[in-house]
Write a protein that binds this ligand. Structure first.
Ligand code: ADP
Length: 361
């Protein structure tokens, strides 16, 4: 595949989609840079596929615009957008051989006849499927069929690739192999912007340059995997990307101390107003055993051995504090008193979730 100019990227500008008056995508503002992989991560029904379909042109926004680079494509039909799309169920034509399936998009786009075998050959090679060109889809495994679907999307040399839960029909082992394959394809196609819909945080953390977290038709948070993990901006992100202790606290007079059940705790991330209710987010693997800064003592209520770690749950003033610890000299018993601690820099202060869950970003 020739490395063309840097791809155009995708821009959602206040895109709203509704079905029968029900808003399922609410004023989405999001930019995917040229050559960037953006994961849309969120639970089922949060509007991820709808956002993807708005880029592809299969659904028309009730308001807002979709841009590919400097082109406003909102009114363009799907086949004029230069987009490759792969969906969960492969959607291969069963009566066509692999090579015909891959050529399909080229034919509908009226690619010059002589170019078609070249493009098909390239796409099959990129996906490791050259040896299967003459087979029918029924003669392939699920993973191989998905490779063909990816080859078909790549054959048109798209500047934007849309992937909708492309691995969710595969079993766990195939999935991790395909994840590595997708990462390799991205390295080989550094100019292609990829929008990747998934509800699986491992896929998002593994593949994406940035993750857009969706919930209830809204964008909740957006950042690199590291940013979202270390500095989530909402409770929803904190618990959806990795696991999190979420302690209800009240912000102290200085914004870097909070009160948790009558005990002062230090945080480094302010932004909240004194006296306000807030939530303190601490990742379980950042919690240690024994005395230290931000020490909390409670009753052991959970002990789980997880192979390389122990997960300990300690109830402190009616709230569960969870620690994932690697080194454990002595395994505590249920009902023991135990002190846990965490550093101020690992304690991220978040706005308390309102009745609607997350907050706007
Ligand atoms: P996700 O991809 O996050 O699972 P979707 O974008 O598929 O979510 O769906 C968002 C919401 O829109 C869901 O409540 C879904 O039922 C609804 N929806 C999706 N497609 C249609 C449609 N064609 N007609 C009516 N409602 C739809």
């Amino acid at each position: 595949m020739t490395a063309g100019a840097v791809g155009p990227g995708i821009r959602f500008d206040q895109v709203t989609v509704a079905y029968d008056g029900n808003v399922v995508l609410d004023r989405l503002d999001l930019t995917v840079g040229p050559g960037e992989v953006m994961a849309l991560l969120g639970p089922s029904g949060s509007g991820k596929t709808t956002a993807l379909r708005a880029v592809a042109g299969f659904v028309r926004p009730v308001s807002g615009r979709v841009h590919l680079g400097d082109r406003d494509v909102t009114d363009l039909p799907p086949h004029k957008r230069g987009i490759g799309m792969v969906v969960q169920q492969y959607a291969l034509f069963p009566h066509m051989r692999v090579e015909e399936n891959v050529a399909f998009g080229l034919r509908t786009r009226r690619t010059a006849r002589a170019d078609i075998p070249v493009r098909v050959g390239e796409a099959l090679e990129m996906t490791g499927m050259s040896a299967y060109a003459k087979r029918y889809p029924r003669e392939l495994s699920g993973g191989q069929q998905q490779r063909v679907a990816i080859a078909r999307a790549l054959a048109i040399r798209p500047s934007v690739l849309l992937l909708d839960e492309p691995l969710s029909a595969l079993d766990a082992q195939l999935r991790s192999g395909m994840l590595a394959e997708l990462a390799r394809l991205h390295r080989e196609l550094p100019e292609v912007s990829i929008l990747y819909v998934t509800h699986d945080q491992i896929e998002a953390l593994t593949l994406a340059d940035r993750i857009a977290v969706m919930d209830r038709a809204r964008l909740q948070d957006c950042g690199t995997p590291q940013e979202l993990y270390r500095r989530p901006r909402t409770e929803f992100t904190a618990s959806f990307v990795g696991s999190a202790n979420l302690l209800p606290v009240r912000v102290g007079p200085g914004a870097d101390t909070v009160d948790f059940a009558g005990q002062p705790l230090a945080t480094t991330t302010g932004g909240a107003r004194p006296g306000e209710d807030a939530t303190l987010c601490v990742r379980p693997h950042r919690v240690g055993i024994g005395a230290g800064p931000n020490a909390l003592t409670g009753t052991v209520a959970e002990v789980q051995w997880r192979g390389d770690t122990h997960r300990l749950g300690v109830d402190v003033s009616g709230h569960r504090l969870t620690a994932d610890v690697r080194e454990l000299r002595e395994t505590p018993a249920l009902g023991d008193r135990l002190t846990l601690h965490f550093a101020a820099e690992d304690a991220v202060l978040l706005p308390a979730a309102g009745p609607s869950g997350g907050s706007d970003v």
